[in-house]
Write a new protein. Structure first.
Length: 399
């Protein structure tokens, strides 16, 4: 329908005659109730939640009331909100960008946390669907966690907690985007949960939740994207920073009972599973010519996929435009995911590489992940892989 031929109406009149329904206290209460249902230690929260100081910032967005309400209902009353960022303000005057993955967004919160003695900071983006977390290290400095690190802390908390309580289902499943950390695969495997990869975009995780509920074959436990989107429980059908913030606060208290901070929890995960790190970058090529160069780059890699990166052999090449998986020495297989302009390489040492064009910007995106028993060895491997791939893509893009 042409835009200018669409029918219009007066908003207030539409509310009066029932064509527009306003969401109010009843819906809020229902949401708070189902969100509390994902908590694993409600009794501990009621008993000791008031002993743990937490700093929270909504970054001038919509998260202030729901996050504070849920934390208070759970029993966490020492929640200190950054006053300069408490109220909604679309000009976002205190930050360069209201992005919880940006360390600059935590500047005011860090000062408040130091004052209040908090070891964790929670930050939600303006529409409260992405959660950022900063944790205090033992040297007194703050570490802003990546989306993958936050996800793995939450996943370990959920799976270990449910196993201890005897509520971990035999058919449990974790869902993540294909460009997210493979540390989640290791955590899920330890607890006997399946893990499924989907394409980037949280709607693909939501589609899986819907399919599981209809078939009854699997029970959804947790879903995430490396881009700071998390979901526990299937009721939201989208990434939910409010629910994730409450779970992160609960995890913080549970670890505090063991004399640990969330920073300690992350180090414990690395000791248990090995070190995992990821790196990504984008190559911007503006205009029609730029898009053509990106397309030629993808076509070239698709037609002649590299067999080695930084001296590490490629064991599996996955081509998502035609949906074919080619493992070394094996017959090609179909990929059971929607078609997409994306290439994935699985290397013999457990590292992986994904190359894909952005769906919204004139960019080519590169994702790399690797793991190793020691952090210094991992850093060296990740550096070599990045340097090799960066040089390759710049040649292909003629940059």
């Amino acid at each position: 329908m042409p835009f200018f031929s669409a029918k219009t109406c007066d908003f207030d009149a539409a509310v009066r005659d029932g064509r527009i329904g306003m969401i109010g206290a009843e819906e809020d209460a229902a949401y708070y109730e189902v969100t509390r249902s994902v908590l694993l230690a409600p009794a501990l929260l009621k008993e000791k939640g008031a002993t743990l100081p937490i700093v929270y910032t909504p970054l001038h967005g919509a998260g202030n009331i729901p996050v504070r309400t849920l934390l208070q209902q759970a029993g966490m009353t020492q929640v200190f909100v950054v006053p300069e960022q408490e109220l909604p303000d679309g000009t976002f005057p205190t930050v360069t960008a209201p992005n919880p993955e940006n360390p600059d967004a935590f500047r005011l919160a860090k000062a408040l946390a130091d004052e209040k003695g908090a070891t964790v900071i929670l930050a939600t983006d303006p529409d409260s669907d992405r959660l950022g977390v900063a944790v205090k290290r033992h040297d007194g400095e703050w570490a802003v966690l990546s989306g993958n690190q936050i996800a793995c802390i939450l996943l370990e908390h959920i799976l270990s907690g449910r196993k201890a309580q005897g509520t971990l289902p035999d058919n449990g499943v974790v869902v993540k985007s294909i460009v997210s950390t493979t540390l989640a695969d290791a955590i899920a495997a330890r607890y006997g949960a399946a893990l499924e990869n989907v394409l980037t975009g949280f709607r693909f995780i939501s589609e899986k939740i819907d399919a599981y509920e209809k078939s009854g074959e699997k029970t959804f436990l947790f879903g995430f994207e490396e881009s700071y989107g998390f979901l526990a429980g299937g009721f939201s059908r989208d990434k939910d920073a409010i629910c994730a913030a409450v779970l992160a606060a609960e995890a913080c208290l549970c670890y505090a009972e063991r004399g640990m901070t969330l920073y300690d929890a992350l180090q414990e995960i690395y000791r248990s599973y090995g070190f995992y790190k990821e790196k990504q970058t984008s190559y911007t090529l503006e205009g029609k010519e730029g898009m053509e160069r990106i397309a030629r780059c993808m076509s070239g890699l698709r037609a002649a996929p590299p067999e080695m990166f930084a001296g590490v052999r490629v064991n599996v090449f996955e081509e998502y435009k035609t949906g074919v998986r080619m493992a070394r020495g094996k017959t090609p297989e179909r990929i059971e995911l929607p078609r997409s302009d994306m290439l994935r390489f699985l290397l013999e040492d457990g590292a992986w590489v994904v190359v894909r064009p952005s769906g919204t910007e004139p960019k080519l995106k590169l994702y790399i992940g690797a793991n190793a028993a020691k952090e210094d060895a991992l850093d060296a491997l990740l550096g070599r892989l990045f340097d090799d791939l960066d040089a390759l893509l710049r040649r292909e893009l003629r940059m």
